[in-house]
Design a protein around this ligand. Structure first.
Ligand code: 8YV
Length: 312
């Protein structure tokens, strides 16, 4: 029996690419010299597509895929997909929710601690031979500080649960109050930023949250406040963030995501109160394996039963 055809937009791990190719007839779009020209010629052949929260699938690509029925995406983010277009065309899409909550929430706590206690800066100080000659400056306490969370979805809730272990009062902001949540709802983002010592961003990216964190929110967080972003770079007005950090109007920032990543504003490199990570929230062996398994399980479920396991 011939294997079902699958179009894969971008490379995932070698293990995943291999396993996908074992079960399906995979077309690796990124290996084509001119991917769009290829789609224009051969796009009608594909009903199934595999992509990721990084590569997505553009409206231009979708226009070349008139028979597409399902997208199985690696990652929980869906900002690089034109969702309205997918809905109009009846194309279903799955992501990989829940399996990455722990790792992303762990990383958020790590960024809070690293930024406030300046672990990375202290490590650089020791490695540079600074310790025998000088005392590392005092930093900021973490336990008991007020934590504001923007977006109390699955990851936001996992962060809040961890914060309880640090005796942190937690309040959150999202579009609608979550009546089942034990945490205080703050409809006014500026008020949340004024209240919080740490403001953690755990909301989805995309048009609805674009530059939600602007100069006013950063000013409200203030010179003692710390911003932590494990969601999407697009949520923050990055030039405003850089200015606030350089002027000392913001206490610090722990950033796993950036506007225009993998490019990171070089002005931030010298600041000890800023921690810069290369988008590694879900990046552990255990979690990436579970994400890959979930992509494959969604694909097979759609082929077998016409239904995705974790549809958006
Ligand atoms: C992914 C992510 O590693 O899940 C997401 O939305 O941002 C990360 O976990 C990455 O984007 C997958 O391509």
């Amino acid at each position: 029996m011939s294997k079902p055809k699958v179009l894969q937009i971008g490379a995932l791990s070698e293990r995943f690419n291999r396993e996908l190719a074992e079960c399906y007839e995979v077309t690796a779009l990124w290996q084509r010299v001119d991917p769009l020209a290829f789609l224009q010629e051969q796009g009608t052949a594909f009903e199934l597509l595999v992509s990721s929260a990084r590569f997505g699938c553009s409206a231009e690509q979708l226009a070349c895929l008139p028979n597409l029925r399902a997208i199985c995406s690696f990652g929980v983010g869906y900002d690089p997909y034109p969702l309205e277009l997918l809905r109009d065309r009846g194309i279903v899409i799955s992501t990989t929710p829940d399996v990455l909550n722990d790792c992303v929430a762990d990383l958020a706590m790590g960024l809070i601690i690293d930024t406030a206690r300046q672990l990375a800066a202290a490590d650089r100080f020791v490695r540079a031979g600074g310790w025998p000659a000088a005392t590392f400056p005092l930093t900021r306490k973490v336990s008991g500080k007020k934590l504001g969370i923007v977006g109390l979805g699955r990851i936001g809730q996992a962060i809040a649960r961890r914060a309880e272990g640090f005796a942190m009062p937690v309040r959150y902001h999202k579009r609608c109050q979550d009546l089942s949540s034990p945490y205080g709802f703050e409809a006014d983002l500026l008020a949340l930023a004024r209240w919080a010592d740490f403001l953690v961003l755990a909301c989805p990216g995309g048009a609805a949250t674009h530059h939600l964190i602007d100069a006013d929110v950063l000013a409200a967080l203030g010179p003692q406040g710390i911003l932590v972003n494990i969601s999407r770079g697009s949520v923050v007005d990055q030039p405003a963030l850089v200015t606030a950090l350089l002027n000392g109007h913001l206490g610090g920032a722990g950033l796993d995501v950036f506007e225009g990543e993998p490019t990171v504003p070089a002005e931030l490199f010298a600041l000890p109160n800023v921690v810069l990570l290369p988008h590694v929230g879900s990046g552990t062996h255990e979690t990436r394996l579970r994400m890959e398994e979930l992509v494959l399980a969604n694909l097979q479920a759609f082929i077998d039963k016409g239904e995705l396991l974790t549809p958006l």
